[in-house]
Ligand binder design. Structure first.
Ligand code: PMP
Length: 304
């Protein structure tokens, strides 16, 4: 993968290689940072790049900073403008994945709350390899960290070690990725994505009180669901997974990715099902601006 020309650090666009943080920073030592992963979709016909639900990502970044008691948090409007500026500066004309991170930049101990730094990187996107074929999932023996310990609702970098352990274990055991249960034994989410299943004509997903991130894609998918299908957020037992006709993960990075087997048991017919396939198409049509619905969710980058 070639390195883009520019990144953003603190208050300006810099050559990509210069976007570094000191090893003495609290962020480096203790993971005291919060971030957002945002997709930009290139629409070749319209010669436009659309950032998907940028404002919602920026609102969540503000919430994460507030929750972590960061001093002088970056305002959502400012970070959003910087994201668009960076994509423009690199002149991307293909899909990109963007990461915007607010971090404690100075030295000190884990309780230090500032001063903050801001980094933004944008890289040509890499496709999720199981988008068309579906992935095979292991129910992890690692439990999702509970809200009473370290809230998964907050997009804090340090939280990601929990999902990482599950993903690394799943890979070592020959699966594509993991699905974590929470400490109540109910289905929670994947390492970096939400879980949905289709059962008896209903689309079901865990509630937002299941130790999950309050996912923007989850909200998008719920609104994209066909009108004839009920969407229900409720507790999901592990034993229900076997009864699912279809299942999928979703997230800004994972988009809508089918699941075809859990713990080596095939789901439904063991291949990508019609509901997931339709949702996937509806999702890509929306994010790329192929359909006109929800223009407020697409921030065009190349504007005068
Ligand atoms: N859960 C976790 C743990 C994640 O990291 C992500 C990716 N941000 C998601 C769910 C999906 O969230 P979103 O749709 O907002 O990207």
């Amino acid at each position: 993968m070639t390195t883009p020309e520019y990144a953003f650090l603190n208050d300006r666009i810099v050559p990509y290689a210069q976007a570094t943080v000191p090893v003495s920073s609290v962020a480096f030592k203790f993971g005291t940072a919060v971030f957002e992963g945002i997709r930009g979709y290139w629409n070749a016909e319209q010669e436009q790049m659309y950032l998907f639900r940028l404002d919602d990502h920026m609102r969540r970044l503000a919430y994460s900073q507030r929750f972590m008691r960061f001093e002088n948090p970056y305002p959502p409007g400012e970070v959003g403008a910087r994201v668009a500026e960076l994509v423009r500066a690199n002149g991307f004309r293909k899909n990109v994945h963007i990461m915007a991170t607010a971090f404690v930049a100075g030295p000190g101990g884990p309780g230090v709350c500032g001063p903050l730094g801001l980094s933004i990187t944008a890289n040509p996107r890499t496709d999720i390899p199981w988008g068309e074929t579906g992935c095979r999932v292991q129910v992890s023996s690692w439990q999702r960290v509970p809200d009473t310990a370290m809230p998964m609702r907050v997009k804090c970098n340090a939280n990601y070690q929990n999902g990482r352990l599950a993903a690394v274990q799943a890979h070592a055991d020959g699966y594509d990725t993991a699905l974590l249960l929470n400490t109540h034994g109910k289905v929670s989410e994947g390492p970096g994505m939400c879980f949905f299943m289709v059962r008896d004509g209903r689309i079901v997903t865990p509630t937002l009180a299941s130790d999950v991130l309050e996912s923007i894609t989850r909200d998008t998918v719920i609104r994209l669901a066909p009108e004839c299908m009920e969407v229900k957020a409720r507790d999901i037992d592990r034993s229900e997974l076997v009864a699912a006709d279809e299942a999928f993960f979703c997230g800004s990075a994972w988009e809508v990715t089918p699941i075809i087997a859990i713990d080596r048991q095939a789901l439904g017919k063991g291949k990508v099902g019609p509901v997931v396939r339709a949702l996937r198409k509806a999702y890509f049509d929306l994010v790329c601006g192929v359909v006109e619905a929800h223009p407020e969710w697409r921030t065009p980058v190349y504007v005068d």
